[in-house]
Design a protein. Structure first.
Length: 270
């Protein structure tokens, strides 16, 4: 049942954080009628480039197969329009109520709630409305979610986004946690992860502009200020959610000035 109890949710969370990476494994990647063999590294990751003749942007299927226990995995990759405006958004407390700055509340939500019982932020319509404001009255189609959450939570996030009909997008998460000892530090702020992921997207799509979305609870404003200063011609706006339990107006105004002085619009929402 989707609304199962706290005990089962706890078991699922423990299972996620006991996941082990698939190290040094040969994998067949099948997409667009072609197959390429790759090998995972010591962390279970791999990269792969496949040629294609697809002309229309959108989501397309791919399949992974490996010999160990005859396992397989089906998913989708996203082909973006090089010139379409993209949204780079945080997740925790920007879209998903997470209490990232309140450690005990954050852990309680992770341990005892699931994708059906976790909540989106209040006034989610404000998020959609401001995206349209920064994109000439139309909501962008390309979404990239850069979060300090780890890959252990990918299945939860995928379900949460689907259940709440949030815009489908590509996830950039932190490295897989390797045990329950790491669980307490889940979601720990890592400036390099967000900054590096955003710069990767800017370089991967050199003709693409972006809207940056986050909140005033952790380091989003600092990171977005750095990005706005480095790539001011490609940032269409910065959108920050003001968390109701954090009062830091002076800090917000300081970053507003820093971002707007380079010509990038800065908006806040609740």
């Amino acid at each position: 049942m989707p609304h199962h109890g706290r005990r089962r949710n706890l078991k699922q969370t423990i299972h996620r954080f006991r996941a082990k990476p698939l190290k040094w494994t040969s994998i067949d990647v099948q997409a667009n009628g072609t197959t390429q063999k790759v090998r995972t590294n010591k962390h279970g990751y791999f990269t792969c480039e496949l040629s294609h003749d697809i002309k229309n942007p959108g989501w397309y299927p791919y399949e992974l197969n490996w010999k160990h226990n005859n396992k397989g995995f089906n998913s989708e990759f996203y082909l973006s329009d090089e010139h379409e405006t993209g949204v780079i958004s945080d997740i925790d407390d920007t879209l998903l109520v997470s209490h990232s700055t309140r450690i005990m509340r954050k852990l309680a939500l992770m341990l005892f709630r699931n994708a059906h019982t976790r909540k989106t932020i209040p006034y989610l319509t404000n998020w959609h409305a401001h995206l349209k404001d920064l994109h000439e009255t139309e909501e962008p189609k390309d979404f990239f979610y850069v979060s300090n959450s780890e890959w252990n939570l990918y299945d939860f996030l995928e379900d949460f986004f689907s259940i709440n009909e949030l815009p489908k997008g590509v996830f950039f998460l932190q490295s897989l946690k390797k045990g329950l000892r790491d669980f307490v530090s889940s979601g720990k702020v890592n400036n390099n992860h967000k900054l590096n992921s955003i710069e990767f997207l800017l370089k991967f799509y050199p003709n693409k502009c972006y809207i940056l979305v986050g909140d005033n609870g952790q380091k989003d404003m600092e990171i977005y200020a750095i990005i706005s200063e480095r790539y001011k011609s490609r940032i269409k706006g910065v959108l920050i959610r003001k968390l109701p339990y954090i009062k830091n107006e002076r800090r917000i105004e300081r970053y507003r000035h820093r971002i707007e002085i380079v010509g990038v619009p800065f908006l806040t929402f609740h």
